[in-house]
Ligand binder design. Structure first.
Ligand SMILES: [Zn+2]
Length: 130
């Protein structure tokens, strides 16, 4: 079975936080707001997803240390080595004995599941703003 590839990876802006999200998302992964969808088209099953990657690490400063600064940057690179996205997610500092846990999660949605997804009522805000 073939699927139209044109809608795969289509994006829109979250109406709540303006983060660029997948058109097929029913919940914003950034602000976690549930996005309005057409009631007549709500699927009976939730969108099947895979979590092909989850990295989690804790940076802890020793009790007697001098603290540190941190910068969490996420880089997405294509299989040809092209940098597709580079984003600084958070910067901050840690005092002695403080810790921060950093988690990076990549969710993937099969083309089959995305094609069966209902359309959002609100049109993509694409070129508006920022
Ligand atoms: Zn949002």
């Amino acid at each position: 079975m073939r699927f139209a590839q044109s809608s795969l990876g289509a994006t829109r802006s979250c109406p709540h936080c303006r983060t660029t999200i997948l058109q097929s998302s029913t919940t914003c992964p950034a602000c976690r707001h549930v996005l309005r969808i057409s009631a007549a088209k709500v699927p009976s099953k939730p969108l099947a997803s895979m979590e092909p990657l989850r990295l989690e690490a804790t940076v802890r400063q020793p009790e007697g240390g001098g603290g540190c600064e941190y910068c969490l940057t996420v880089v997405v690179t294509s299989d040809r080595g092209e940098e597709l996205t580079r984003q600084v997610i958070s910067v901050g500092s840690l005092r002695p004995a403080e810790a921060r846990t950093f988690a990076v999660v990549v969710e993937a949605f099969s083309a089959e599941a995305v094609q069966g997804r209902p359309l959002l009522e609100e049109p993509a805000a694409g070129l508006a703003g920022s």
